[in-house]
Design a protein around this ligand. Structure first.
Ligand code: CA
Length: 234
């Protein structure tokens, strides 16, 4: 690793912060911590971490609002939401407001470290570069892989890292249908896929809202019913 990657932990349970910090440092990451939502937001703005682990139930400002504000400011830092097991709805809500991923408490350190690794920018950017080699322009869409910038009819579109990767992956293989499990493996870098395929659906929906002229009748990212998703292209 050329340069240490920085992970910001925003979590009010000190015991969780301590053990996650210990494990991240052991893996070679630099770690920042914040114990409430406002402090987390401030740290994200000032220190520009490479990834944020974000608890939902936080003092002063809930995790969803922290994530939402960062996205509104155009900050595309990878965000993993830490959610409690009973809060099923939180998973989808977290993804809809722009988080990249979620992990359910209580989580194993092994699983958390795998998620951090899969979501961190270094891996993602390398992958994005590989995938953008043959990206076509279609439907007024242009992809500039050097600047990770996507435009629609000349207007820049703010995509999260995952949205960008999903788009460039599909656009790099126009016409080829990928199942949600394929996409979890190829775009999310996950080896194990459980119930998490819903992550793909939510990300596709968010992406369509940003790049399609009519998100309800998509012309770029299409659904092959019962099979998966594909990019229309040429
Ligand atoms: Ca909490």
């Amino acid at each position: 690793m050329d340069e240490k990657k920085t992970v910001l932990i925003v979590e009010d349970e000190k015991s969780i912060v301590d053990i996650v910090r210990f494990n991240l440092e052991k893996e070679g990451y630099a770690v920042l911590t914040a114990y409430d939502g406002e402090a987390g937001l401030a740290a994200a703005r000032q220190k520009k971490p490479d990834l944020i682990l974000l608890d939902v139930m936080l003092p002063k400002m809930i995790g969803f609002d922290v994530c939402k504000l960062l996205r509104e400011e155009g900050d595309n830092v990878p965000v993993i939401i830490l959610t409690a097991r009973e809060e099923e709805a939180d998973k989808v809500l977290g993804l809809e407001i722009g988080a990249d991923d979620y992990i359910t408490k209580p989580f194993s350190m092994r699983e958390l470290m795998a998620r951090v690794k899969a979501n961190i920018r270094r891996t993602a950017m390398q992958q994005a570069q590989e995938n953008t080699a043959a990206v076509p322009a279609a439907g007024g869409l242009t992809i500039d892989p050097e600047n990770y910038q996507v435009s629609k009819h000349g207007k820049p579109i703010a995509l999260t890292q995952r949205e960008y990767e999903l788009l460039t992956f599909l656009a790099g293989h126009p016409g080829k249908v990928y199942s949600r499990i394929d996409l979890m493996e190829q775009v999310w870098n996950y080896d194990y896929v459980g119930d998490d395929v819903r992550t793909v659906d939510v990300t596709v929906r968010r992406l369509r809202e940003k790049i399609e002229d009519d998100p309800a009748n998509p012309a770029l990212i299409l659904t092959r019913r019962g099979v998966g998703y594909y990019f229309a292209g040429q």
